[in-house]
Structure formats: C-alpha cells, structure tokens
Design a protein around this ligand. Structure first.
Ligand code: F6R
Length: 608
C-alpha cells in the first residue's frame, strides 16, 4: 500500500523523469494519486495530483522537474479519500520539509490535535501530514537539528511507517526511517535510491541494502549511514546483489504484467524446483514433530495454504488448519511452544499476516514461512524460510506467485510424506517425477487454453454473476479462480463446494447463468457429474476444466478446457488454476478494464 521512492543523484538532469520511472514500477502498490518533491533554487517544490501516473504526468509536467534530489509517492488511500490535498508529499507550515509515507500512524489524532493547538495549519485529512509539522515543531521548540528532529519524530510515532524526508535546510540528503512498512536502499555510483521495493531501481542497480525496523538512514551522494533510532547504535550493513534481472520488472512485449506473469509460470515454477533449499527438510521435520500446525495467509496466498492443510493432515496425520491471517485471534488461545505457524506470502509485508506471526512468536510458536520477496518483514520474523523464487510480481492480481506458493506446499507435503512413511520409496519417487513435470504441464495448459479462454471471455464479460464449483483439493482452485474474476473483471463470482451448492446457492441459477467446474478425473469425478447435471437442468451454462480426453464431462459441459492427462489429485491445483487466470484476464480485457491495476486494490496490503 503506497509506493515511495527517493533519489539522490550526481547530476541535476531529469530527476522528475527518474522518479516517475521508479514510481511506475511501484504503482502496483497504489494508484490513487501521485506526487513528487524536489529542491529547486533552495526551495522545496511539490507537484502532486489525484490519478494514475499516465493520467497526470502531462498535466503536471513531472518529467521536466530538475534537481539532484527528489522523493516521490504513489498512493493507496487510507486516511482521507483520493484527492490532490491528500496526495503526498506533505509539508510543514514553512514549506521547508517534505515527507512521503507508507503505513498508518495510529496516534495521529492526538499528535495532530497537539500540533494544531501549537498553531500548525493542516491542509489534508491524512495521518502523514503531522510528520513534517512534528519535525518543524521539535526544531523550533527544542532547538533540534533536522536529523535529531526526525529521529525524535520516528520515536513518537505509533503504528507502521516507512518515511522519506527531504528538506531545503539540508538539500544534499534524504532521511528515512521505518517500522513494519518495507523500505530498501539501491546503491549505484551515480544514483542512490530508497524505495518500498526493489523493482523501483532494478534497471539501475542490483545492489540492495535491506532496512530493518526502528532504523534510520541518511542517504547522500557519498553513500548511506544506518543507525537504530532507539539506541542510536550504528548499523554496518553491506549491500547484497539481488538475482532479479531488470527485464523481470518490464512487460517484455506483453500488453499487461498480468499476462506476462501468467506466461512466466513454467519458468518460475522450474526455478523453484531447480533451486534446492536446505530449509525444506528442516521445515518438513519441524512440522512432523510439532503438536499443532497453523498456516497463516491472506487472499490468494490463503488459498495456497489449503493445499498445505490437506497435505499435512494426510501425510503427517496431524491436526492442522489454514487460517485467514486477519482471523488469527480465534486460534491465538491454542498457540504455545509446541505450535508451528507457517505464514505464506508473496510480498512478505502483508500486515494481517505479520501481526498474527508476531503474536504467535510471543506465545512461543516457531515460525516457518514460504515467501517470495527475499529479506521482507515476514522472512525476518521467521525461524526458517522457503523462498518461492517467482521473481518480482507487478500485476496486482497474484498469478505466478500463487502457483509457486502451491508448489511449495506440495514440496513440503511430499517431504513430510517421506519422513512419516506415508509415502513409500516408490510412491515418493513417482510423486517427485510428477512434481518435476509441473512446469511443462503448465506450459502445455497455457498453449492449449489461451485462445479458448479468450473466446469464452467474450460471453463471460456480459455477465454480472457466476459460480465456481470444485471438490476436495480443487475447492481452493475454484476459490482462486473466482477471486481472480472478481478482482480484475468486477464480476461477482462465488466459489462453493460443488456438493454444497444444492443446499441453497442453486436458487440463483437461471437461464445462461455461468457455472465453472473444476473437475479432474480423481475420486471426486463421479460426484462432479452429479453437480453439473443439477446446474444444467436449471439452465446454467457450464464450463468444465477437465482432464484431457474426459468424454463423460466433456460432453456434458458447453465449454471444456482440457488439462494434460495423468495428474489427478497429485498437484492438479497448479495446472487447473491456469485457465481460470486466463479467463479472468481476458474477461477484464474484453470489458476494457486494466487487469494490472484493478480499482480499490493494492498489491501489498500493509494495513490491518
Ligand atoms: C489477489 C492477491 C491478494 C494477495 C493477498 C496476500 O490476487 O494478490 O489476495 O494474495 O493480499 O498478499 P501476500 O501474498 O503478499 O501476503
């Protein structure tokens, strides 16, 4: 939620363009408004406007801004609706200090009231605006210099923040501080960056410094200095080289990031399989030895944990539950030293998930995670991490990271099956053989289903409501497919256990109502036929995601989308979701919607 970036560069050309280039890579974090602060002729100059970058760039002439230093922000509104006034950067009364912020200041009301009583005038409804005023107040009242005033401000703030401060009082540097919201540095001889995420500077440098909570940074041409803003101790942290390539954060010839990321799945899944991680065995052993296991995640990531839940129950023969992270409180009383919590997350920054694992840790639980972004907050709270190696995902709707998350669940599940003996040697080896084939199955699935899903999309796009039905492990596939359709094509889509649909939801079925069935040839097959018949009889138009050559269901449904043979139960949750990603994508495109930037959403949900 909200993307922030700061640049300090040696030459003074095109700083506006440079900030905009970086902000474009962060727009997945929010796109309600955009704003930049630079220093020109010793003055802070702020340009900001409501709207996406492409909508406001010409109007504001952002590309033309010059200077050696700038901060920029792309907003996902929390405090105050999207508007020019509520856009960042925000400044103090004298317009000497400009601040951008990602996070939520919980004590903003009381701090703001105090500042208003001291004579500060506020222009916006945001929590952020109090920050420049508080810095200004501390400088006036306590005679602090800018750096000390920012440090004191950071200490006073409750809640979450990554902030970047630029000031005409010290025009050669940016100060930053963070707690619980992401912030990284990009190190380049000519240009130094601070940003919410690595893609913001990936085309300039792969040298990254990760910042931890309660850290304060001074960023200038000469380098960076990190201190802990609580104990004021200096932190020596060298950059590491990130393996992500610059082109990974570009569209590479695809019209949208989402389509590119769907097509990247064969290679992202192959990367995950190729990179052997020592943490895998440790995680499997610890889960097998634990008394209780809770998988914690939000949204799409939660659906992937349903695979984990199934497999841990099956192979470790132990009570295990996949919990929606924001509903964690209901299991908190069960957490103790004998509990494992397993958070799964693309960003590693989802606040609901972070808060849940922080509480679980306090209660003595071990944290074993599966995360895509290396060095993100969740990884730092974890005892062991299994990385997803899916590369940067820019499209707001998760696609390649969902299949990577699900694959990691299978990976852990198979290891537990081996340890517990539930999978004998031969069964384990056969399962691993199929596991290794997943990238090629996904590739074939994309090739076979893309044109067909595009055709179905032209009909689906006219609909306002639909059902996605599955059974067993593929109930999660139905849930993920329905979520994709909802979030990018804005068509109400409800996923239901196929068998349960007759207990109420079937009342909604009328002529030509869309019902998508996820129906591999596994033990659920016969019963799925029953469910399809029930829906067809009542006029539904049926779409089946089925196994290649499945005549029985193939002849029943109006549209059949075939998945290569031989993967019933074992890992069907990965290839069977792919046509549903494509169907949602093409439906959004048919409706002239932007699949990469769906309304009201942000990729990284860093608020509770
Ligand atoms: C949906 C989507 C979200 C995320 C959820 C968790 O397409 O992307 O539902 O899955 O916000 O995010 P992470 O995985 O970053 O914790």
């Amino acid at each position: 939620m909200c993307g922030i970036v700061g640049i300090v560069q040696r030459d003074s050309t095109k700083i506006g363009k440079n900030i905009i280039d970086s902000l474009r890579k962060l727009e997945y974090r929010g796109y309600d408004s955009v704003g930049i602060a630079t220093i020109d002729n010793d003055q802070v100059v702020v340009s900001k406007e409501q709207g996406k970058i492409t909508e406001v760039i010409d109007k504001m002439q952002l590309d033309d801004l010059h200077g050696k230093i700038a901060i920029g922000h792309t907003r996902w509104a929390t405090h105050g609706p999207p508007s020019k006034e509520n856009s960042h950067p925000h400044t103090d009364c004298k317009n000497e200090i400009a601040v951008i912020h990602n996070g939520i200041i919980e004590n903003f009301q009381s701090l703001k009231e105090e500042l208003v009583s001291q004579g500060h005038e506020f222009q916006s409804e945001t929590d952020t605006e109090l920050i420049p005023h508080l810095i200004e107040q501390l400088m006036q009242e306590k005679q602090m210099n800018l750096k000390d005033a920012i440090i004191h401000t950071a200490r006073k703030l409750e809640g979450t923040f990554a902030i970047c401060v630029l000031s005409s009082l010290e025009p050669d540097r940016i100060y930053c501080a963070k707690r619980d919201s992401p912030l990284v540095l990009g190190i380049n001889a000519d240009r130094m960056f601070c940003a919410s995420d690595i893609p913001a500077f990936l085309s300039h440098t792969q040298q990254v410094v990760l910042l931890h909570d309660e850290e304060f940074v001074t960023l200038s041409h000469d380098g960076y200095e990190i201190i802990n803003f609580r104990d004021m101790k200096k932190v020596n942290r060298k950059p590491y080289i990130v393996s992500w390539k610059p082109e990974m954060a570009q569209k590479g010839g695809f019209p949208h990031f989402m389509l590119k990321e769907i097509h990247e799945q064969p290679s992202s899944l192959a990367d995950y399989i190729r990179i052997k991680q020592p943490s895998l065995n440790k995680i499997a052993e610890k889960i097998y030895d634990a008394k209780k296991v809770f998988l914690l995640a939000a949204g799409t990531a939660h659906y992937s944990t349903l695979t984990g839940e199934n497999l841990i129950r099956k192979y470790a023969k132990k009570a295990c539950s996949a919990i929606i992270a924001s509903e964690y409180d209901s299991v908190s009383p069960l957490i103790d030293e004998e509990t494992i919590v397993l958070p799964v997350s693309q960003s590693g920054e989802t606040m609901d998930t972070i808060m849940a694992i922080k509480d679980a840790k306090k209660l003595g639980a071990k944290v074993l995670s599966a995360v895509n972004v290396i060095g993100s907050s969740i990884t730092r709270h974890s005892d062991e991490v299994l990385y997803l190696y899916a590369g940067p995902e820019i499209g707001v709707a998760a696609t390649k990271t969902y299949t990577a998350q699900t694959l990691s669940m299978w990976d852990i599940g198979l290891e537990i099956g081996k340890i517990s003996g539930e999978l004998g040697n031969n069964e384990y080896n056969e399962a691993r053989r199929l596991f290794n084939e997943i990238p090629s199955v996904v590739k074939q699935t994309i090739v076979r289903s893309e044109a067909l899903t595009n055709r179905i999309a032209s009909w689906f796009a006219k609909k306002s409501s639909s059902f996605y039905l599955g059974r067993g492990v593929n109930l999660q596939t139905a849930k993920e497919g329905a979520l994709k359709m909802k979030e990018i094509a804005y068509i109400h889509s409800e996923a239901y256990p196929a068998g349960e649909s007759k207990h109420g939801p079937i009342a909604l079925i009328e002529e030509d109502y869309p019902v998508v069935f996820i129906a591999p040839e596994d033990q659920t097959h016969k019963r799925m036929i029953g469910s399809i018949m029930e829906m067809k009889t009542r006029g539904a138009t049926t779409i089946g995601v089925i196994e290649e050559g499945d005549k029985e269901i193939g002849e029943l449904v109006k549209w059949k989308i075939e998945i290569p043979k031989g993967y019933s139960e074992m890992i069907t949750t990965i290839p069977y979701v792919v046509p549903l990603q494509l169907l949602a994508y093409y439906t959004a495109v048919r409706k002239n919607l932007s699949p990469d930037m769906p309304r009201n959403l942000s990729k990284s949900v860093t608020v509770l």
